[in-house]
Design a protein around this ligand. Structure first.
Ligand SMILES: Nc1nc2c(ncn2[C@@H]2O[C@H](COP(=O)(O)OP(=O)(O)O)[C@@H](O)[C@H]2O)c(=O)[nH]1
Ligand SMILES: [Mg+2]
Length: 379
């Protein structure tokens, strides 16, 4: 038996989350209402926490939520005439009852969703929720397509999906590839450690140097970890482009001046923890005091939890960034957080990366592809 905990603003939404994650064989073991945030637990947001279980004979379709230890003895540990046997049997019977109640609730929930969302729109709403699109946003999107559809059209799932795809695309602002609209164009990649800055920089350098036949140079202010500089040195050697290593904003400005006849200067930075105020301040000073106008791209990993993405974008706003780039799309199946972020942070998306391979695993962001990934049926 696997036990998992889910949180949501209402009991119905929490059960919905659990059912989406564990499937409809899931059993509701317990639920409670609690408050999160606020002072000493007061004035916080009300959340309903449910603990669900999945009988072990059923394959768990997802591992996205944290597992919790069961608070009752596992029935599998009970042998023969163990004195705890009766108690366990009792628990099993109760679980069976809960399961039946759950099934009824699940059916009611489906009825709830389908009464709120007519025709096939409920299915598409569930699809958005499964992709981890925020509930409010999913609701707005579905309401929009309902408003645009006749009752006959509401029964046509592929038409609705097509309309929904278009509505999602409208929300995704893209900038296209880096434009060489100044000379030299200086682009700095910022973001947390391990998000893929150095790898992405190498991919961009290769694209501009080889495909677009531009004069490309690299600068790194990632001097915290010697291994990080070595990684970039290797890329610079392979690509045959110059690399400058700088330690101060003055040196940074000087390096750009020395590279003035290059078309594109790509700048790598040390991974910064969004929670380390000093590191963020240092980066801000580098950007503001180099004497050149920079285009700053914030990298976010598609594998990061949405809440953490928000935290990262909030912190990097202080150093200011012009565009967003999502990495590691190959490592996730839930693409909703990309949409959530792009609707919350009004910055265009420039590229996405989809693997570790330099130079090929990078693409100019395409709203249609992202909308399709969000709406793709999950197996
Ligand atoms: N799966 C996957 N891995 C990536 C991608 N981009 C970078 N990585 C990997 O993520 C790790 C950290 O990358 P790195 O460029 O050193 O991150 P940095 O600390 O931000 O410079 C490396 O193992 C990269 O190969 C991507 O799009 N997909
Ligand atoms: Mg790096």
């Amino acid at each position: 038996m696997k036990y998992k905990r889910y949180e949501a603003p209402t009991l119905q939404q929490a059960i919905l989350k659990m059912t989406i994650d564990l499937g409809k064989d899931a059993i509701l073991v317990s639920h409670r209402t609690t408050r999160k945030g606020g002072l000493f637990g007061l004035f916080g947001k009300k959340v309903v926490e449910v603990t669900g279980a999945l009988p072990s004979r059923i394959k768990n379709p997802s591992t996205s939520s944290p597992e919790v230890k069961p608070s009752i003895t596992s029935p599998s540990k009970v042998k023969g005439n163990n004195p705890q046997g009766d108690e366990i049997n009792e628990i099993q019977r109760e679980l069976q009852e809960i399961k039946q109640r759950m099934e009824i609730m699940f059916e009611e929930m489906k009825v709830g969703v389908s009464s709120k969302y007519p025709g096939k729109s409920g299915e598409l709403y569930m699809r958005l929720i499964q992709s981890e699109v925020e509930e409010g946003l999913a609701e707005d999107l579905i309401k929009k397509i309902i408003a645009e559809s006749s009752s006959k059209e509401l029964e046509d799932k592929s038409l609705l999906q097509h309309n929904l795809e278009r509505c999602i695309m409208d929300l995704i602002e893209v900038s296209g590839p880096i434009k060489l609209d100044s000379h030299p164009k200086v682009v700095i990649l910022v973001g947390p450690t391990g998000v893929g800055k150095t790898t992405t920089l190498a991919k961009l350098a290769a694209d501009f140097a080889f495909e677009k036949d531009c004069k490309v140079a690299l600068i790194t202010i990632d001097t915290y970890r010697i291994a990080a500089v070595e990684q970039l040195k290797t890329y610079a050697e392979i690509l045959g482009v110059p690399l400058h290593i700088v330690f101060s904003p003055q040196e940074f400005g000087e390096a750009i001046r020395q590279l003035e006849n290059f078309d594109l200067i790509l700048v790598d930075t040390a991974g910064r923890s969004q929670r380390n105020h000093q590191q963020m301040q240092e980066l801000k000073i580098f950007i503001e005091n180099c004497g050149f106008e920079l285009e700053s791209i914030l990298l976010l990993s598609a594998t990061t939890k949405y809440k953490e993405m928000l935290d990262i974008t909030e912190s990097f706003k202080k150093v200011s960034f012009n565009k967003i780039l999502f990495t590691k799309l190959d490592e996730t199946v839930t693409f909703g957080p990309i949409l959530n972020i792009l609707t919350k942070v009004p910055k265009p998306l420039c590229y996405v990366t989809l693997g570790q391979n330099v130079p090929e695993d990078i693409e100019v962001a395409d709203p249609k592809k992202i909308a399709r990934l969000i709406l793709e049926e999950q197996k």
